[in-house]
Design a protein around this ligand. Structure first.
Ligand code: PMP
Length: 360
């Protein structure tokens, strides 16, 4: 196959073509350095510049206030499930978790090893097809933090509001919707994301942390799981994921060219409303997520007939729309339409859905 496909993978996923092409053109000799970014010492001047500029670009695009540190880590988003309680549970020994999907559920179970976890909401009663309202959250005023996952990648639901928790710091997993809409970082204690959906290749985890939250870790916290270690050494206590940081910088250039996070939000609204409209107006397809809770990034849908779902996935792949099979927990289909998915890819997918709906 010589042509690029419309890749609807949930992650790792499509990256902006301009970022890939730029990386390609610099792959053996980065801007006259005589070597690839993959071959550079992380302590070299040339890499330090890439690192500093990438951090600065992210700070600018997400409007990260003073008093917050941006960390480039290698833990995977899943590593944060442990790192967060190890560092934040301490003060009150108790944390609130909203369980709205698979990853929030794993995070809550992991946190329970380190303190008392209060389940502030649990949406498993309707197979995680909705997001709780503010009024439904059972909050503990003395929690060390409140944890939630902004976008549930598997179930295709997304929080449309930032929970109000008074003085309890908010901790948010934004792995699958970071940089897709404006976020007021000042409302959060920690925002974090695995990079492999909207930012860079897999291997980088971005953590934005209010600096005063670090330094209260549990006594047995491993050195490498301590935010303080990484804050003090500006993410360079050990070798950071250099190539991913470089790729993030190239992706952020593209985001800035498209009008920043506001530009990304316009595109995401265009893509997702087109797709939901097509599905809502079809005869065969039903969306998993309830209206009002639907994700702008992962659109989950099914026909209700497993054979027909399989036929759809197979015929779509043959037509150049790949990775549309849903996660085993939801079945059916899932179209992940992250920042780098061209609007045209969704337009063509909608045409394909309409034709399939007519012919089956
Ligand atoms: N959180 C969310 C919302 C995710 O979608 C994923 C997986 N894609 C994870 C956490 C786990 O990420 P990782 O594979 O980087 O540990």
């Amino acid at each position: 196959m010589n042509e690029r496909v419309y890749n609807f993978s949930a992650g790792p996923s499509m990256l902006p073509l301009s970022a890939l092409e730029r990386a390609g053109s610099e792959i053996t000799n980065y801007r006259g350095s005589g070597m690839s970014v993959m071959e550079m010492s992380h302590r070299s001047k040339v890499f330090q510049q890439i690192f500093d500029e990438t951090q600065e670009k992210l700070r600018r695009l997400m409007n990260v206030p003073d008093g917050y540190k941006i960390l480039f880590l290698q833990t995977g988003a899943s590593g944060q499930f442990s790192m967060i309680p190890l560092n934040l549970m301490g003060p009150n020994g108790k944390a609130d978790y909203a369980v709205t999907g698979n990853f929030a559920s794993i995070a809550a179970k992991e946190a329970a090893k380190y303190g008392t976890v209060n389940i502030a909401a649990d949406t498993s009663d309707r197979n995680h097809s909705y997001i709780p309202t503010q009024e439904q959250l059972k909050l503990s005023p003395d929690a060390s933090y409140f944890y939630y996952c902004a976008n549930n990648t598997i179930y295709g639901t997304e929080w449309q509001y930032v929970p109000e928790t008074g003085s309890v710091p908010l901790v948010c997993d934004m792995s699958s919707d970071i940089l897709s809409r404006p976020v007021d970082v000042s409302k959060f204690g920690i925002v974090y994301a695995g990079a492999q959906k909207n930012m860079a290749p897999a291997g980088l985890t971005v953590v934005i942390i209010r600096e005063d939250l670090a330094g209260h870790e549990l006594p047995y916290t491993p050195l490498m799981m301590n935010y303080k270690t990484m804050i003090d050494k500006d993410s360079m206590y050990n070798t950071p994921p250099c190539w991913c940081i470089y790729m993030l910088g190239l992706t952020l250039d593209w985001v800035a060219e498209q009008g920043g996070v506001e530009g990304m939000e316009k595109l995401r609204t265009l893509r997702s409303s087109m797709l939901y409209d097509t599905l809502d107006n079809s005869r065969l397809f039903h969306c998993h997520a309830e209206k009002g809770s639907r994700s702008g990034m992962n659109v989950t849908f099914r026909t209700g007939n497993e054979e027909l779902d399989a036929k759809f996935v197979q015929e779509a792949a043959a037509a150049g729309f790949t990775n549309l099979k849903g996660h085993r927990k939801t079945g059916g289909m899932r179209a992940s339409i992250y920042n780098a998915m061209p609007v045209e890819g969704v337009e063509k997918l909608c045409d394909f859905i309409k034709a399939f709906d007519k012919n089956n």
